[in-house]
Write a protein that binds this ligand. Sequence first.
Ligand SMILES: [Zn+2]
Length: 335
Amino acid sequence: MDTINVKQKLAVLALALCITASVLAVGINEQPKDVILIGWDGAQRAHVNECISRGELPNLQKLAFEGSAVNIDVKEVTDTKAGWAQILTGYSAKTTGVYSNAKYRPIPRGYTIFERLKDIFGWRNIVTIAVIGKKDNIDDDEPQLIPLEKVRMGKKGKMLMRQGEVITEGGKGYLRIPGKPYYYTKDDMDVFMNGLIKNDVVGEKALEELDKYRGKRFFLFAHFAEADTAGHKSGENSMEYTDALISNDKWLGKIVQKLKDLKIYEKTLIYVTADHGFDEGQQTHRNAPYVFLITNDPTPLSPGTRADITPTILKRYGIDLSKIQPPLDGKSLTK
Ligand SMILES: [Zn+2]
């Protein structure tokens, strides 16, 4: 599992110098005003590297060239709920209560990067936005109490619903389903939109939100689900999986272009990461810890884990991490 390496960077450099010097973008050396975190759900590091070496992800390559690309090795469960909860908080599952797709609770109030930024900058001083491809696993549903007779049963009387626990109240049986991870979070956000499914819908929404909030300080999370969906359906080595990564890259390019059109690219940091990879050649991601963090930030980064992403972003916003309670489990990757 090699990193996006110096050789590839040099190859881009040679190409860039041949064509024009103007691709050398102005680096954001000062404190950025805005941050965009782009999620490529289920993007396996090795597959992304192969695509880059074939020139299939030009926008990601360009981002890495302007800034840096480091390996992220996942230490906890490699699924979607656990992944984004950790990425969006800087905490381990012990702290958030989001261990996996099946074992979770609402993330405690105030613990996500969205709420943290509102808290530190003040509600009116930063806009926090999430546009999310998935519905399940990155959701905000309230807790539910379903009478047992209404729960769908399969053969042998086994509940079809995997999640939740059976409780008894007033002599009656219920299935109690906990609130979803962002049940509290969404109250403290300007925009929380999920279940958009298609990359094109997520991408268009992201561009709309950027237009809408132009001129304000913002943090935008844009989550692209198609690579994960294609991986489950057709396998990690399928053409469909590659096509989905290419679609992710196309939208990265459109977001960069939008920032340039709005004349805010120079003060906006973009980070691209994934919640988990894929089991090599499989339709699953049971043990798929190899992902990446790629950014246009010219500040050098060290490799790390999923929990380091929120601290990295908070530090680049100029926030003193030592004042955050409870203490973050991750650390900033800026050197
Ligand atoms: Zn998945």
